[in-house]
Design a protein around this ligand. Structure first.
Ligand code: FAD
Ligand code: SF4
Length: 482
């Protein structure tokens, strides 16, 4: 099948007829909902880009799995250059949308499941890899969006799954039936879930012997019976419901996160890719997390490009663009942003083939990338806040700009560099606000901290991967210590 356009993707999404609870109400018509629409447009961009002559080459690749040209958002990386191209594509999308475009989580999950199932079959004689190959070839040919569902609610963090007051606090196999399993539990923070066709469920952490019920990886259609959605709030989200889009900041695109409940959902065996093999639960988590930590070296950098651009515009609008400290701060913002990109590229260039044949990022460098992401966007946001000025937090509303009683005062007192209109200055301020303190900060800041795991998780991986023995040996060699 030919690669879908954005319009065809949206039509395919609507044919699934899913509903969600949003702000306390059941909503059947997601397409027309003001909170959902920007996030749908952001995913649709990943489809349209594959048809745009300016960038289609980056978004298209021939898949060794299905033998056809596919959208790179469904590709199993066949070489290190594929990993590099993925990061470039993500930076491109981040800069084009200024938000989380949601389609990478499933891509990262698929690459992790592909290599993990291969190795699990080798050790245990399980049938998962062939099943997953068939499943993913179908995803590629249909050009689908897949939600990567890893994060369980986890209840009391000090207790293992079986010691929780409620066993569903970690998603589990509750029952076995002829031809499949019944799963029960929830996945929190699911990026782009309502804009997906499929859910790829993975264990949330390394499971131990005795925790087989929680070591489950499987695929579930988004409209499977028993799956429920409760929409996540974002700061200032209801501005998206206002008639004038000026106060939204990003008037076209936005991200989306959803709480997803699995109430006794039946999964047929051909969609199960790990079921009780606890020794591979940690491998899967580690690989998925590392791919997603690489991803941030692309997407957050693209969004950073937008924030840096908006901040430079703000400086010019305020008439301070030539001041030495402003130029220094803009240099610093670029330095920080390109540092993240360098990490994303480095862990890709150093990627290696897995036993299954796809390419895995360098685990150490991917974790260094993400640990930097937990810090540098915050520093970039701090510098943007500095340059933007206090209006970032005190600007009157679009409604006041539209009100004849207040409009003249706003036009008079918000005027700055005469080369720019007041309305344009307000637009730029609102975009900076969106990314540093509004709905966009969910993706640019909070997700930078917690998405793909909190900083402590990256530190553990860095400690494991740092090769300390080799470093001590180097020091000893130099000093002739035996
Ligand atoms: C915007 C956004 C989008 C996301 N998208 C997705 C998605 O698409 N798919 C998905 O699966 N997940 C997604 N996530 C989830 C993300 O991976 C988790 O938020 C992250 O792993 C942290 O888990 P948590 O939120 O439960 O926080 P917690 O695990 O509660 O962490 C909070 C703090 O407690 C510490 N902590 C936790 N447990 C322990 C412990 N046992 N001992 C000591 N310290 C501990 C952590 O280190 C951290 O400092 C998303 C998150 C965000 C914010
Ligand atoms: S946070 Fe970045 S990598 Fe993750 S889905 Fe959104 S855009 Fe993709």
């Amino acid at each position: 099948m030919a690669l879908k356009t954005g319009e065809q993707y949206l039509a395919s999404l609507d044919s699934l007829n899913i509903s969600s609870h949003i702000l306390g109400r059941p909503v059947d018509q997601l397409a027309g909902h003001g909170l959902v629409a920007p996030s749908r447009r952001a995913v649709a961009y990943t489809y349209d880009a594959a048809h745009d002559p300016a960038c289609r080459e980056l978004f298209r690749v021939v898949s060794p799995l299905c033998g056809q040209e596919v959208n790179r958002f469904t590709h199993l990386h066949a070489c290190a250059q594929d990993l590099v191209n993925k990061v470039k594509m993500q930076r491109h999308c981040g800069a084009a949308t200024g938000c989380c475009f949601q389609r990478c989580v499933g891509l990262d999950a698929a690459n992790a499941v592909f290599s993990t199932t291969f190795e699990c079959d080798q050790r245990h004689g399980t049938p998962y890899h062939a099943r997953f190959r068939d499943y993913w070839a179908w995803v590629q040919q249909e050009d689908l969006v897949v939600d990567g569902a890893m994060t369980d609610p986890k209840g009391d963090r000090g207790k293992r799954p079986s010691a929780q007051a409620d066993p569903d606090l970690f998603l589990r196999v509750k029952e076995r039936r002829d031809g499949g399993v019944v799963i029960s539990g929830a996945k929190l923070h699911q990026t782009g879930m309502l804009n997906s066709h499929e859910i790829l469920v993975m264990p949330t952490m390394t499971m131990r012997p005795g925790e087989e019920a929680w070591a489950i990886c499987c695929a579930v259609p988004v409209n499977a019976p028993g799956v429920r959605y409760i929409y996540g709030r974002q700061a200032s989200d209801t501005r998206k419901l206002e008639a004038d889009t000026l106060d939204v900041g990003n008037p076209v695109f936005g991200g989306q996160e959803v709480m997803t409940v699995f109430e006794d959902v039946f999964v047929p065996a051909e969609r199960v890719f790990l079921d009780g093999e606890v020794d591979f639960s940690g491998v899967l988590v580690e690989r998925f997390a590392s791919y997603h930590r690489q991803s941030y070296g692309g997407c957050k950098v693209g969004v950073g490009d937008v924030l840096i651009g908006a901040t430079a515009l703000m400086a010019a609008m305020n008439g301070v663009e030539k001041a030495g400290h402003i130029r220094e701060k803009l240099i610093e913002m670029n330095h920080l942003n390109e540092t993240l990109y360098a990490c994303g590229l480095a862990c890709s260039h150093e990627g290696q083939a897995t036993a299954a044949g796809n390419f895995q990022v360098n685990l150490l460098l991917a974790n260094v990338c993400k640990l930097n992401v937990t810090r540098l966007p915050y520093e970039i946001a701090r510098l943007a806040t500095d340059i933007a000025g206090g209006l970032l937090g005190t600007l009157p509303s679009a409604a006041d700009l539209n009100d004849p009683a207040t409009r003249p005062y706003l036009l008079k007192y918000l005027a700055a560099n005469p080369a720019f209109t007041v309305i344009d200055r307000v637009k730029v301020l609102r975009l900076i606000e969106n990314l540093t303190a509004g709905a966009g900060a969910v993706g640019y800041l909070i997700e930078s901290m917690h998405g793909a795991g909190p900083p402590a998780a990256q530190r553990i991986m860095i400690e494991r991967q740092a090769g300390m023995e080799g470093k001590m040996a180097a020091a000893k060699r130099l000093l002739a210590i035996a």
